[in-house]
Design a protein around this ligand. Structure first.
Ligand SMILES: *Cc1c(COP(=O)(O)O)cnc(C)c1O
Length: 372
């Protein structure tokens, strides 16, 4: 594999800068002699709940596990339907299928690539048990509208906030509300490359509902009530490690600065890519730019051009959920979600991370410009 001049991501830069603090966190766990569900997990859960502006956070093994457990905690199972989008890789669709429920796929907005609220109502049936929007690329879905529709139909909302730690929007009362504080439940991933990333797999669910939080604490721990006594069937081992929690506590302190740096880099791209035949992400003050995604008619040509110049880029995501071979049985033919399918052929993610320098952004932008 040839080495890229500007890699798509570079966690080593981030971790090298935080190394003394991360080392101290690891040492703290060694010294404690406690590795599973101890004070680091409890402390991280409290700190992350406070950051999101919710009452409870339950640490779990990954973002994918968070999605499954959230749906399981709501009692979703065979015969139920969950409304979601098809452009967010397969994470939520897999979780829905794991519960035995059926994913019902709706369209996305052409500019934000998030769930299109006007398509939700027509998809609601007597079997709808949840609406699951994804805050894709770090931008909140239109939560005011989605929550209003859900409330009208008495259906809970589960956020997939795996790309949106710290993203925010204004609620109906005019208050700024962060990802994780809109739905009945919200799912986070701390996969290393996310805006808040562990040094391994980790995830969490946030909620204001104490009963759901208690249920999630049992589900992640074999369904036990007290030790060795199973109260909830179908519990699994989906715990957040002490070690990852200790590392996440360090990195949580840098999340706001990291998000601010991502916004600054997005603004640089916006400035340097202006006037090109590209669709740039529409401005949004609450966006945390987990990914910086542009739309391009000749996407594959641009992608190859950048790779040839040693510039990392990627497609998030190339194949909508309903077109994966595993999900042919869902019964959506090609063409069923025209906007979702159209975008899958146009999108390209450029490098964006807090450690990316102004000079590097200029090199990327010049490379894009040289394609046209
Ligand atoms: C990363 C991601 C997930 C899955 O998280 P893991 O921790 O890798 O299991 C789920 N949903 C979205 C939108 C993601 O980006």
């Amino acid at each position: 594999m040839s080495k890229l001049t500007i890699p798509f991501g570079d966690l080593k830069r981030q971790h090298d800068a935080l190394r003394p603090e991360l080392d101290a966190a690891v040492t703290r766990v060694f010294d404690s002699g406690w590795y599973i569900l101890g004070q680091e997990v409890s402390a991280f859960e409290a700190e992350f709940a406070a950051y999101c502006g919710v009452a409870h956070c339950v640490g779990v093994a990954s973002g994918a596990e968070a999605l499954y457990l959230a749906l399981a905690a709501l009692g979703i199972g065979p015969g139920d339907e969950v409304i979601t989008v098809a452009n967010a890789c397969m994470y939520q669709v897999s979780a829905i299928v794991q519960t035995g429920a059926t994913p019902v796929l709706v369209e996305i907005e052409p500019t934000t690539h998030n769930m299109q609220p006007v398509t939700i109502e027509a998809a609601i049936t007597a079997r709808t048990k949840a609406i699951l929007p994804v805050h894709l690329y770090g931008r909140l879905a239109d939560m005011q509208q989605i929550c209003a529709i859900a409330a009208r139909h008495g259906v809970p909302v589960v956020e997939d906030a795996a790309q949106a730690h710290g993203a925010s929007a204004t609620d109906a009362e005019g208050r700024e509300r962060r990802a994780g504080a809109w739905g009945q439940l919200a799912c986070f991933s701390f996969y290393p490359s996310k805006n808040l990333g562990a040094l391994g797999d980790a995830g969490a669910i946030t909620t204001n509902d104490g009963a759901l939080a208690a249920k999630l604490r049992q589900l992640r721990f074999y369904g036990w009530g007290q030790k060795y006594v199973t109260e909830l069937a179908g519990g699994r081992n989906s715990r957040l490690d002490e070690l990852q929690a200790a590392l996440l506590r360090v990195k949580l302190r840098y999340l706001e600065a990291g998000n601010e740096a991502r916004r600054e880099r997005a603004a640089w791209y916006q400035e340097l890519l202006a006037g090109l035949p590209l669709e740039l992400p529409p401005p949004d003050e609450g966006h945390v730019y987990h990914l910086y995604v542009v739309g391009c008619e000749n996407r594959d040509g641009l992608r190859q051009h950048l790779l040839d110049l040693g510039i990392g880029c990627d497609i998030h995501y190339p194949l909508p959920a309903h077109l994966h071979p595993a999900y042919a049985s869902l019964g959506y033919a090609p063409g069923a979600l025209p906007e979702t399918e159209r975008q899958a052929g146009r999108i390209l993610s450029l490098p964006i991370y807090p450690e990316l320098s102004r000079n590097e952004v200029e090199v990327v932008a010049a490379a894009v410009r040289s394609f046209f």
